[in-house]
Design a protein around this ligand. Structure first.
Ligand SMILES: Nc1nc2c(ncn2[C@@H]2O[C@H](COP(=O)(O)OP(=O)(O)OP(=O)(O)O)[C@@H](O)[C@H]2O)c(=O)[nH]1
Ligand SMILES: [Mg+2]
Length: 443
């Protein structure tokens, strides 16, 4: 599926830098190389060269690298010009490439071509963007794992498992009644049970991977003056929020991101919840409720000295995972502790002295469902989890319909087609557009 046009882009970040790279891919690469550096460099060898304009004047001096198709990132002929990292000089080199027949690339277009030329599948292409965007070292390591095919291999294994069972069913159609033994119902049931287990494990791993990528949004809620802002400050190790003894200090939402066990945790401090005639504070309270409604987890803060039986959360938080923090233990002289009461986590701590903060961090990672993130974790997106869930549902349906092999076989076919969306075998154009448009230019 070779493209007939040639794309070019500045592949390094905008601004000044030690080096800057212009990358070109497509059939005009040999002509462009000849036009800029005089001749086509030997494949995969760095050559020091003058980059020249149409009149032969030197624009920059740097390294030229030529990767002939198909052994390149995109699978096409690729030229990389590594010059000095100034925005003006780089745009002059880019303009020269355009003059010689290239057009400026769209975001993610190099990776899109790599995908179309089977250099990587869709899950791997997404991992490229996730590696660039990784917010923690753990996320970066998992993205590399997905990039080298960890998720794709899991999917391939599931596909093989589904094919094996389908073969059983299909064989049973070909044999008349007297040979019912071909499809032993018990045998098929066992295989489907095994398969379901594999699906469940893969979904769990993908959920961990998507946690690493997207992180967890945690809203701090509670009455005024209980110490929500003090808590976001001590958790983030920065004075991000104003703390005063005046109830109603915080009005805007205040955000800080921290990493817990490699998971990006997006903390949101909110206005203390109370009825008020102050129009500014009222808006703050509305925003607080919206933040609570959007959060994955709520930390509900209370002050045991003044409000021992604080009712849980605002209405917006009903049904969400919640951790109750009993703050200001220094004032009532009780030790820091964490306890699960009727399945809900409670932590006693002091935001002012920092006692018990570690217990809260543990409670957050536990509530997030973070398991030990071993070497097997790969990065994953919501899209992958949805596809895996759909496929799992079809496998369950197949298991329930063993008595009618035609229907069961159809469910297995649907499971396979849900899985193939993950690696992009039959990906629709709008899905590709959506995925690649979020890439940076030059990638
Ligand atoms: N002794 C003690 N005081 C605390 C503790 N945490 C917070 N405070 C004090 O309680 C007061 C209110 O703290 P904030 O963090 O501003 O409370 P808030 O919940 O953000 O209040 P609003 O923004 O008004 O909703 C301040 O005077 C803090 O110093 C604590 O653990 N111990
Ligand atoms: Mg506050």
């Amino acid at each position: 599926m070779a493209a007939d046009d040639t794309i070019a882009a500045i592949a390094t970040p905008s601004g000044r830098g030690a080096i800057g790279v212009v990358r070109v891919s497509g059939p005009s690469v040999p002509a462009i190389a000849a036009g800029i550096v005089g001749s086509i460099p030997s494949p995969r060898t760095a050559r020091l060269a003058d980059f020249k304009d149409a009149a032969g004047a030197v624009l920059d001096r740097g390294l030229a690298l030529y990767f002939p198709a198909p052994a390149s990132y995109t699978g096409e002929d690729v030229l990389e010009l590594q010059g000095h990292g100034g925005p003006v000089v780089l745009s002059l080199v880019l303009r020269r490439c355009v003059e010689l027949g290239a057009r400026v690339a769209l975001p993610g277009e190099f990776t899109r071509r790599a995908f179309l030329n089977d250099k990587l599948d869709l899950a791997q292409a997404e991992a490229v963007a996730d590696l660039i965007d990784a917010a923690t070292a753990q996320a970066a390591r998992s993205a590399v794992r997905s990039l080298s095919g960890a998720l794709s291999e899991r999917v391939a294994e599931l596909q093989r498992g589904l094919t094996d069972v389908r073969v059983l069913f299909e064989a049973s159609f070909d044999f008349p009644e007297e040979e019912v033994d071909v499809l032993s119902e018990a045998g098929a049931a066992r295989q489907l049970d095994d398969l379901q287990l594999h699906f469940t494990r893969t979904v769990q791993a993908a959920q961990q991977g998507s946690l690493l990528r997207d992180g967890l949004t945690v809203a701090l809620s509670g009455l005024p003056n209980v110490g929500k802002s003090s808590l976001i400050n001590v958790l983030s190790g920065e004075e991000v929020a104003i703390v005063t003894p005046v109830p109603g200090t915080t009005r805007d939402l205040i955000r800080a991101t921290i990493a817990l066990e490699g998971i990006p945790v997006h903390l949101v401090d909110t206005a203390g919840w109370r009825r008020t005639d102050d129009p500014v504070e009222r808006i703050g309270v509305e925003r607080a409720q919206a933040a609570v409604a959007e959060a994955d987890l709520i930390i509900h803060v209370s002050d045991p000295a003044t409000d021992a039986d604080m009712p849980p959360g605002t209405e917006a938080g009903v049904g969400k995972r919640i951790i109750h923090v009993h703050n200001k233990i220094d004032l009532i002289g009780v030790p820091a502790r964490a306890e699960s009461i009727a399945g809900v986590e409670h932590v006693w701590l002091s935001a002012k002295s920092g006692t018990g903060i570690e217990l809260l961090k543990v409670a957050i990672t536990r509530a997030a469902g973070v398991q030990v993130l071993g070497e097997g974790v790969f990065i994953a997106r919501q899209r992958h989890i949805v596809a895996l869930h759909t496929a799992t549902r079809h496998v369950q349906e197949a298991r329930a319909r063993l008595a009618s092999p035609e229907l069961a076989a159809e469910e297995l076919r649907l499971a396979q087609s849900a899985l193939s969306e993950l690696t992009g075998e039959h990906a629709a154009d709008d899905l590709l557009g959506e995925i690649f448009s979020r890439f940076c230019i030059g990638k």
